[in-house]
Design a protein around this ligand. Structure first.
Ligand code: FE
Length: 288
């Protein structure tokens, strides 16, 4: 490959206020890491203080990419401008291909208690940005969990060894695992050499190649670094492992619009302001 080698980076999360005032830990989509092709954003929300999440994410648009929402604790309700609704409970997840355009809200379905989860934005290549929108929604039971000795691996997207997730991404080949490693335990995994890969530690801490990895740290693996060998600390560790094939196209982003050119962003804004943003009612697929 002729492009410059990109080294592995260890990046602490940044607290950001999102939606109507929800506090999130952001790693991808910050000044330290604008994007990590094909990923545009990674937010971790975690709070037992309703003031942090009760305002939710009222109506907002998306165009040009996919979102993946994974709930750890609590309940959120999703509603779109064309009448689709969905409920996300503990352990469940939603894959939303916004593509040509979705306007939706994501609001808490609880007044108190713990609310925890992740949202990932996965870019789409030019050839798919204006595809028909789709939702896939799965309850917690739909995701297989593999007992891998020192660790437990919940397989959300793609395939771990012989175990396939219900969600397959045939455009950027995303892998998304929730990995729980017992205290002092080890997790070793060879990532695809064709992908950009990361882990984000959201519980406990550990080390990798003798480097300490505190809670709320993202490891963005370098372009020549595809072997993950992680050792959990005394409290154990839990992280999400996310990997995808880079798209390598120009990116022009304006908030929730991710396109290839300025003209396409201007078109998205015109469509939004003239109420022509949503072209098609999304297709919905649920596991029950
Ligand atoms: Fe959204």
């Amino acid at each position: 490959m002729s492009t410059a080698e990109r080294p592995t980076r260890y990046i602490p999360a940044m607290a950001v206020s999102e939606g109507a005032g929800v506090t999130v830990h952001r790693t991808i989509g910050t000044p330290a890491l604008r994007n990590f092709d094909p990923f545009m954003l990674l937010d971790h929300f975690s709070s037992d203080d309703p003031d942090d999440y009760i305002a939710g994410f009222p109506d907002h648009p998306h165009r040009g990419f996919n979102t993946f929402t994974y709930m750890l604790d609590g309940r959120m309700e999703h509603q779109d401008s064309m009448g689709n609704t969905g409920n996300l409970g503990p352990g469940s997840a939603q894959w939303m291909k916004a593509a040509s355009g979705v306007i939706h809200s994501e609001m808490p379905k609880q007044k108190d208690g713990l609310m925890r989860g992740f949202q990932l934005w996965i870019n789409l290549p030019a050839a798919h940005k204006m595809d028909h929108p789709e939702y896939q929604e799965y309850s917690a039971e739909a995701f297989p969990v593999v007992d891998a000795g020192d660790s437990r691996v919940k397989v959300l997207i793609g395939r771990y060894a012989d175990t396939a997730a219900p969600i397959v991404d045939d455009i950027t080949g995303v892998l998304y695992f929730d990995v729980q490693v017992k205290a002092g335990g080890r997790f070793a995994y060879a990532l695809p050499a064709t992908h950009n890969s990361l882990i984000y530690v959201f519980e406990g801490e550990g080390q990798r190649n003798d480097q300490a990895v505190p809670e709320h740290t993202l490891i963005a693996l370098g372009s020549q670094d595809h072997d993950l060998d992680f050792i959990a600390g005394k409290r154990g560790a839990r992280f999400v492992l996310i990997s995808g094939k880079p798209i390598r196209e120009p990116i022009v982003q304006y908030g929730p619009f991710v396109m290839n050119t300025r003209e396409e962003i201007e078109q998205a804004m015109r469509d939004f302001h003239s109420n022509n943003f949503v072209r098609d009612r999304a297709w919905v697929k649920r596991d029950k």
